[in-house]
Design a protein around this ligand. Structure first.
Ligand code: SAH
Length: 338
């Protein structure tokens, strides 16, 4: 078992079970996440007996970085997992800190027609430690601290709910990597039962919904998941989420030329979101060589933005990052063979 798979509470239970002390878990966490040891032998405040038991039960193996590509302010990593599957993570240097875009699955089954990452069907969920290690290894490779995490890499976080929640618990732990919950954002294509479950999660984590359309007619054409969870169902779940958490929700909206970018679409979107504690993040579409969608013109994006603004919807346009190295939204691949 990989030691990075365990919350501090789980390790506490493990040590209590060995008739050892609860605080041993905190010591181990400090060795792993603060002092960043690479072998258990280095944990020199833990006695020999306990250390042997730890070594018998856990391993401390890392992922393999097999490729790394850099663009201005962006570094894209290709990781190989123990079973030879591959996933990507992208580091973005913002003025407010370093943000890592983390993958949650090998491949993805959500079937969004515009997304490159979904062309490889899901092979499996990532284990919690495989997400934790994306952070640790990028931090170590670049000798920097990651202050923000977005679960917006390959995969659908809410299709791997339990591992994702454990991942958030681990990286948020103040004895561990200690990334503030308000600096963590989970993005979903709209898995309604999990949005509802997430409303009861006790951490102040941000939620982003990949909406991308103001009505079912358009959304059905571009996102297969909409057949299971319509916009109406998503909005009902979001309202429950908002009332329980008192937090603001982000709606992501990719601007696709002649698909969802007309002024009528903007007005319909404004009507849909009216009065909700939310904001819209307009995402200039990143064209990929394999898919036929085109990005909206800059002019169209700006007038869509203005229309939302005039209708009192908070809106931003996402800064474009990493296009040169195909590290931008929807360009990540878990198979680099083609
Ligand atoms: N499965 C989750 C997490 C992935 S987040 C989700 O759907 O939210 C990745 C974001 O990038 C999603 O909003 C996705 O819809 C968007 N995206 C996918 N392909 C894109 C592309 N080519 N250009 C811009 N954004 C894209």
């Amino acid at each position: 078992m990989n030691i990075y798979n365990f919350t501090r509470e789980e390790l506490e239970a493990y040590f209590l079970n060995l008739n050892d002390k609860k605080f041993r878990a905190t010591q181990v966490y400090e060795w792993l996440y603060k002092k960043r040891i690479t072998t258990f032998a280095d944990m020199n405040n833990i006695n020999k007996d306990i250390k042997e038991k730890i070594q018998k039960t856990f391993n401390i193996e890392k992922l393999t970085i097999i490729k790394k590509e850099e663009d201005t302010l962006v570094v894209k990593y290709l990781f190989e997992l123990a079973d030879k599957n591959k996933v990507e993570a992208v580091l973005m240097r913002h003025d407010y800190g370093n943000s890592l875009c983390v993958s949650t699955q090998v491949g993805c089954n959500m079937g969004c027609h515009f997304c490159e990452s979904g062309r490889l069907k899901k092979l499996r969920n990532l284990e919690t430690y495989e997400m934790v290690l994306q952070i640790i290894q990028v931090e170590e490779d670049l000798a920097l601290r990651i202050s923000h995490v977005v679960l917006m890499g390959i995969g659908e976080p809410f299709d791997n709910y339990d591992n994702v929640i454990k991942f958030i618990d681990i990286i948020n732990d103040n004895k561990g990597i200690d990334i503030g919950s308000r600096h963590i954002t989970v993005s979903t294509c709209g898995i309604v039962p999990k949005i509802l479950q997430f409303a009861d999660y006790d951490k102040q984590v941000n939620l982003a919904i990949s909406l991308h359309a103001p009505n079912d007619e358009i959304r059905n054409k571009i996102m297969s998941i909409n057949k299971a969870y319509s916009i109406k169902k998503i909005m009902e779940a979001v309202k429950i989420y908002l009332s329980k958490t008192k937090r603001r929700v982000t709606f992501e909206y990719i601007m696709l030329k002649d698909v969802n970018d007309s002024l009528a679409n903007a007005l319909e979107l404004a009507k849909l979101l009216k009065g909700l504690n939310c904001y819209v993040n307009l995402i200039p579409y990143n064209e990929t060589s394999q898919l036929e969608f085109k990005k909206s013109t800059q002019e169209t994006i700006l007038s869509f933005y203005d229309t939302l603004k005039k209708n009192n919807i908070n809106v931003t346009i996402r800064k474009e990052f990493g296009k040169k190295v195909s590290a931008a939204c929807g360009q990540l691949r878990s198979n680099w063979k083609e």
